[in-house]
Design a protein around this ligand. Structure first.
Ligand SMILES: *Cc1c(COP(=O)(O)O)cnc(C)c1O
Length: 481
């Protein structure tokens, strides 16, 4: 362990400081009065806290010099992995590079200085940003209007499903209590439906990874509120039968909900509205330029088509106008790309994913060997190195070994359709050189596994922390030293 990788408390030396302050007139007074619990001082600066609220011992703060603090935190920041440090091919998450100009715009004092309780006529510029973004998103998706109330994708799903329920209730159609969700769906889909009080009916995927229309037909009836779909689905495959599915669902009286968290592959190519979807959400923090991960601010605007438009709430922004900074980034991003270049995002995301898939399919099992959209799924190694008495390398081992080579791991063991799922999404912002480097490393790892899977079993070898016992870490977390 390097010196600066220690905890800040371990770097502490009594008496060492990183600051110098002029002597305070108040300080000696407080020190003295606090210990006695006496009343306010003669200058009337403050009322002293009652004794039962006072510390019995001195505050245990680390005593370190400024340079130690600077190095400690800078080194800590470098132990983390982010899109700004390396390639982050996390499937179903669109961890792409986001232009820094959008950060600057979102941080502009004219925006950050706005107060949420300002009279509406003094924030017309901000309103114009929201209206402009609404128009742009409507044009991109084929929806009529968006609400910016939801602050995340899952929040958008819940909002959208509540709109779906409202649509049926307003027509006196109270029997529609079930929503159909494909088995390949993102986990938030069934979770949101359950939170909305809807019963989930699963529809199976066929061998081609697409929703099986014949399996769907018998599920449709007067109790179906609608279907939730992702297209391209979580396997990165375009649901080619979407026209037929939309027709069937509408005929039975249901609505179609579109999970547009990762819209990259469709940008400028296909619009959910034209596919027959009635309600959808977008993740501005995936598709439209806001760094995400680690639970940062998000925005999951919900768009609706003609059928549902009357039920869209007014006003369409949540308290304090939702996560306005995320909307600003998205709007700046769309305006900067312009109509022509927005159309390049989809093809580039699709090209990158297919390039990686084709370059690795002789080392990794490709369960569905068709053209994919922005992401695809492998089902583990072709040769995992398993020999008599020796366990082969798993998907987890491959993911951990990638960390040794400076890449973030892809999404693993999701979707649940394959036991050794590795889900890769390069996104539209990576160069050919980065993709080639990733491919070379994935091939090297496959060769290592075939040669001696133990190299992978022990990985990662080069990271500050090796391989924690994930079960114990979850059951018995140690959150402080
Ligand atoms: C990320 C994601 C979601 C959920 O979005 P959050 O903002 O994390 O709530 C939903 N569906 C899909 C397909 C996603 O990739």
């Amino acid at each position: 362990m390097r010196y600066y990788d220690k905890l800040i408390f371990e770097l502490s030396h009594p008496g060492r400081t990183g600051y110098s302050l002029p002597a305070s007139r108040q300080y000696p007074f407080f020190a003295e009065k606090c210990s006695s619990g006496a009343a306010a001082d003669s200058a009337g600066f403050a009322t002293v806290l009652p004794n039962n609220l006072l510390r019995g011992t001195a505050l245990d703060l680390p005593e370190v010099s400024e340079v130690d603090v600077a190095r400690h935190y800078t080194n800590l920041s470098q132990m983390n992995f982010g899109v700004d440090t390396g390639f982050y091919p996390l499937g179903s998450c669109t961890m792409k590079y986001n232009p820094k100009i959008n950060e600057e715009i979102a941080n502009h004092p004219l925006f950050t200085g706005l107060h949420p309780l300002q009279p509406a006529e003094t924030v017309k510029g901000a309103q114009e940003v929201i209206d402009g973004l609404d128009k742009a998103l409507a044009a991109i998706t084929g929806m009529k209007h968006f609400t910016f109330l939801p602050c995340a994708g899952a929040h958008g799903e819940l909002t959208g499903l509540m709109l779906m329920r409202e649509y049926h209730m307003a027509r006196g159609d109270a029997a529609r209590t079930k929503v159909i969700v494909p088995d390949s769906a993102h986990g938030t889909n069934p979770a949101s439906a359950a939170v909305c009080g809807l019963e989930i009916v699963e529809v199976k995927s066929g061998a081609d990874g697409l929703v099986d229309v014949e399996s769907l037909k018998p599920l449709l009836g007067p109790d179906i509120a609608g279907i939730m779909m992702t297209n391209p689905n979580t396997l990165g495959l375009f649901e080619r039968q979407i026209g037929e599915i939309a027709k069937l669902v509408h005929e039975c009286g249901g609505l179609l909900y579109y999970d547009g968290a990762n819209m990259n592959p469709l940008l400028g190519k296909v619009r959910p509205g034209d596919m027959g979807f009635d309600i959808m959400h977008l993740n501005l923090h995936k598709t439209f330029s806001t760094p995400h991960g680690g639970g940062g601010p998000g925005s999951g605007p919900v768009g609706v088509g003609e059928r549902v438009l009357p039920y869209l709430d007014v006003p369409r922004t949540s308290g304090f106008h939702g996560n306005f900074g995320v909307m600003l980034r998205a709007y700046a991003y769309i305006l900067m790309l312009g109509k022509q270049n927005v159309k390049m995002a989809g093809p580039l995301a699709v090209l990158g994913a297919n390039y990686i898939k084709e370059s690795l399919k002789d080392c990794y099992k490709l369960p569905i060997p068709t053209v994919c959209k922005h992401e695809f799924v492998f089902d583990g190694l072709i040769d995992d190195g398993a020999r008599e008495g020796k366990a082969g390398a798993t998907t987890l081992d491959v993911a951990k070994r990638l960390l040794d080579y400076g890449f973030h791991a892809p999404t693993i063991y999701f979707p649940l359709l394959f036991h050794q799922a590795i889900m890769i999404e390069p996104t539209e912002t990576e160069s050919l050189e980065t993709l080639d480097e990733f491919i070379a490393v994935m091939r090297k790892i496959a060769a290592e596994a075939a040669e001696d899977p133990d190299i992978l079993h022990g990985a990662p070898h080069n990271t500050p922390i090796g391989r924690p016992d994930e079960t114990a870490a979850a059951r018995n977390p140690i959150l402080k030293a």
